[in-house]
Design a protein around this ligand. Structure first.
Ligand code: NI
Length: 174
């Protein structure tokens, strides 16, 4: 397994519409999934989408157990070609993203979703998600459509974010 480089805002690949996966059993794809899980745990983060590691495909991995130790990590959800079938309730909670390090902001999301996806064995699955898993699914699915959480915080706060982020980038370079 290998750690992958996490692409950071404003890299262009984060804005692309990712393509559907056709052959789930492909060995290279299985390796990518393993590497994504390792990269997510190492970061550490609770979710990672393929575009964040430079692969414009509809795959994301989620582990909301929040453990940095792989041996005590919770069930890792591997969602391939995910779709939201139904969504209800709106909840505001703080969010961050491995591609936008150091920035957190309140984001309004659905509190309950029903999602359909293909798992890494090629089986079709349906999941009813609430709480953090529900939020993570929506956040990662956004990544597959080139959408970042800072697109969902309103134009005023987004302008503030852009200014602050640019400043932090130039400080990092200095
Ligand atoms: Ni993210």
């Amino acid at each position: 397994m290998a750690l992958l480089r996490i692409r950071k805002y404003p890299e262009d690949i984060l804005r692309r519409q990712a393509l559907p996966v056709e052959n789930v059993r492909d060995a290279e794809l299985q390796r990518l999934i393993d590497d994504m899980i390792e990269t997510m745990h190492d970061a550490p983060g609770i979710g990672l989408a393929a575009p964040q590691v430079g692969v414009s495909r509809r795959i994301c991995v989620i582990d909301v157990s929040g453990s940095e130790q792989p041996e005590s990590a919770g069930p890792v959800h591997v969602l391939i070609n995910p779709e939201i079938l139904d969504a209800s309730e709106q909840i505001v909670a703080e969010e961050g993203c491995l591609s936008i390090p150091g920035y957190h902001c309140d984001v309004k999301r659905y509190g309950r979703v029903i999602a359909r996806y293909t798992d890494r064995d090629g089986n079709h699955q349906e999941i009813v998600a609430t709480d953090l898993l529900c939020r993570a699914i929506q956040h990662e699915l956004d990544h597959l459509n080139g959408v970042l959480f800072v697109d969902r915080i309103g134009s005023f706060r987004k302008e503030l974010f852009k200014r602050r982020y640019k400043k932090s980038l130039s400080q990092a370079e200095a």
